[in-house]
Ligand binder design. Sequence first.
Ligand code: NAD
Length: 315
Amino acid sequence: MPSHRTRISIIGCGHVGTSCAFAILQNHLAREIVLIGDTEAHVQGEALDLQQAVPLGTPITIFAGTYKDAATSAIVIITVGTPGKFQGSRLDMLAGNLVIVRACITKLMAEGFDGVILIATNPVDVLTYIVQKETGLPPGHVIGSGTLLDSERLRHILGEQLNVDPRSVHAAIIGEHGDSSVAVWSAAQVAGLPLAHYPGANTLPSHEELLIAVRYAGPVVATLKGNTCFAIASCVTRICEAILRDERSVLIVSTLMTGQYGLHDVALSTPCIVGCGGVESVIELHLNKAEQKALEASAAVLQQAYAKLQAPKAP
Ligand SMILES: NC(=O)c1ccc[n+]([C@@H]2O[C@H](COP(=O)([O-])OP(=O)(O)OC[C@H]3O[C@@H](n4cnc5c(N)ncnc54)[C@H](O)[C@@H]3O)[C@@H](O)[C@H]2O)c1
């Protein structure tokens, strides 16, 4: 872990980046937050606005910085790119966002960064895979926010439908943060009871309807307000908290598969132990046959997106 154990840097100061900065500030997580963007005046404005929120909270230094400043961070959060799409697949953003992410990561690594990179930019799983490969950082040090957000959305929907605190609902979405995500219904529980046995579960929409509601929750929000930022910021903040406090919490994040579920050479989400070393171990759930098949299909979608990128362009 680098020397600035309590410094977090955020590259990309749009809706997601600034929401992450504000959530980290409000949760008193870091001692320093470095903001990096592509428009100096804008980043300075965001830093000033955030600084003026500090006197009512815990002392924290926030400044518009450089890649040299970012290189000594414990965590660098990547939120650069174009705003979330309202329609179509997140994978359609790959070529454009990869150029931007690659440029930022190249500058960061040139300054000797050796902490944890946390990626929120979409398509988050393919970018996590490429950044891990190209930086050569240990697999656990490159994390995608992945389906932590989708899992929270599912818990929110189930909590509302069953009229129970969503924190008491345990339900995982794994695989791609996108159209091929997989709901692990076989392990879903409320208060320790299998979901199907919980009072009122027979009134829930079908599994398929629930999964569709989760998959399209982001586009629904983006269509209404133009972007999504607060829910992803809470996920990013929670992952940073687990790392900085060395919690070894179980969080559903995107990480390189090294044989789990029979998968290799792909990054996707599954429950992971997250601590000061980033993803410290990967938990392989006991999936039923349909879930395993769906996860393999999700992995294939991600691998095809990567292969398409590698394919030579027609003259
Ligand atoms: N993982 C998730 O669950 C999730 C949720 C919401 C949004 N996102 C993704 O987050 C990304 C950002 O979304 P947003 O709504 O904040 O978009 P935004 O347009 O508001 O912000 C992107 C920022 O990146 C900056 N930027 C672009 N190129 C840069 C560069 N080379 N260096 C530094 N900064 C640069 C832009 O100036 C802009 O401020 C998108 O890819 C979006 O799909 C992911």
